[in-house]
Design a protein around this ligand. Structure first.
Ligand SMILES: CCCCC/C=C\C/C=C\C=C\CC(=O)SCCNC(=O)CCNC(=O)[C@H](O)C(C)(C)COP(=O)(O)OP(=O)(O)OC[C@H]1O[C@@H](n2cnc3c(N)ncnc32)[C@H](O)[C@@H]1OP(=O)(O)O
Length: 303
């Protein structure tokens, strides 16, 4: 089991062979955070970097999983633990998600986690995908996606699960739920998240074609809320967060919950069936073949 080590203002999770303290979620052992007295608390595990400024209440969570921030099981586990920790931290009021990788927000789910593995592995992976969406879509604190690069499929879902989306105005970037182009199907909660953001008709076109939108088209359909020059993405996200934080937390939080809880509850009511569906679907020979061809296509593009 991969170790999650957070140094400085942080906590440490280790595999079961290195037990150090009481249990935490995800079957890992955690030493809970120790914060220094200054206003900035930084922590960096291998794939997620967290920088919390407790004087403003704003945390920046950076994806750092080169080359493309694909969401592997380890990435998702570290990501959900970071969000949980920030949700419990009273000095944090809002979270900005962005990427430490140039030109890529996230390439979405790690296709290698869905290819050539056992049914048990697919189930474990899918539960971690559900976990991150449930955490993000129902997150109590304000969230902004600062989308500084390509954002297909799972990357788009993460952005859609935030309260506000700011994207770099670079015409080369793309964002969208492109699952059908890989020969797979976005599950109902990906679809619900898209419908809740862009409306039913746009989602029909978007999901069936697996459309990837340029930043200006994404703005037109309401998939993102704002475009800014690439170098201003994080700065604008911080300014925007400051404006949102002028709203009393409890009022914003209850409003968000009223709007999103029914969507979250749909998955909570059928998590096991959804996992079984995924495992059956992804284990099919035809789906494995599609994913294999897509991986080959990604590699051959470079040659
Ligand atoms: C009815 C029942 C329904 C039940 C539900 C069933 C199924 C639902 C299933 C799944 C839902 C999945 C959602 C997803 O997120 S799938 C992932 C979709 N992602 C993509 O399509 C993105 C693919 N990648 C790209 O387009 C480009 O890589 C990108 C534009 C992001 C970056 O381009 P760039 O040129 O910079 O980099 P590359 O050279 O292409 O890539 C470098 C390296 O990384 C590998 N790679 C890229 N993306 C992924 C990925 N998502 N997973 C794993 N690996 C990835 C790529 O192959 C290169 O590898 P290498 O050649 O260096 O070894």
């Amino acid at each position: 089991m991969a170790a999650v080590l957070r140094r400085g203002a942080s906590f440490i999770c280790l595999g079961s062979s290195q037990l150090l303290s009481g249990g935490c979620k995800h079957g890992r052992t955690c030493i809970l955070p120790f914060f220094s007295s200054n206003n900035r608390n930084s922590s960096s595990s291998s794939k997620i970097k967290v920088d919390l400024d407790s004087s403003t209440g704003i945390a920046v969570v950076k994806f750092q999983n080169p080359p493309v921030n694909s969401m592997s099981l380890d990435f998702l586990t570290e990501f959900v633990i970071s969000l949980e920790k920030l949700e419990l931290d009273k000095s944090c009021r809002g979270v900005i998600l962005t990427s430490a990788q140039p030109k890529i927000f996230s390439a979405g789910l790690d296709i290698l986690e869905m290819y050539g593995k056992s049914p048990e592995h697919y189930a474990e992976f899918w539960k971690s995908v559900q976990d991150i969406w449930l955490k993000m879509y129902g997150y109590r604190k304000m969230t902004i996606a600062a989308i500084n690069g390509f954002s297909p499929a799972g990357g788009c879902l993460v952005a859609l699960s935030c309260d506000y989306r700011i994207m770099a105005d670079n015409p080369r970037y793309r964002i969208g739920l492109n699952e059908t182009q890989l020969g797979i199907v976005a599950p109902f909660w990906f679809k619900d998240t898209m419908v809740n953001t862009v409306g039913h008709r746009t989602a029909e076109l978007s999901l069936q074609f697996g459309l990837m939108y340029s930043p200006s088209d994404a703005l037109k359909i309401g998939l993102v809320d704002q475009l800014v020059p690439e170098e201003n993405v994080l700065g604008t996200a911080t300014e925007t967060m400051t404006k949102w934080l002028a709203i009393p937390d409890h009022a914003r939080e209850i409003s968000k919950s009223m709007l999103r809880k029914p969507t979250v509850d749909r998955l909570l009511a059928s998590r096991d069936a959804d996992t079984k569906n995924f495992v059956n679907f992804v284990s099919r020979d035809s789906i494995q073949k599609s994913l294999g061809l897509y991986l080959t296509m990604l590699k051959e593009r470079k040659e």
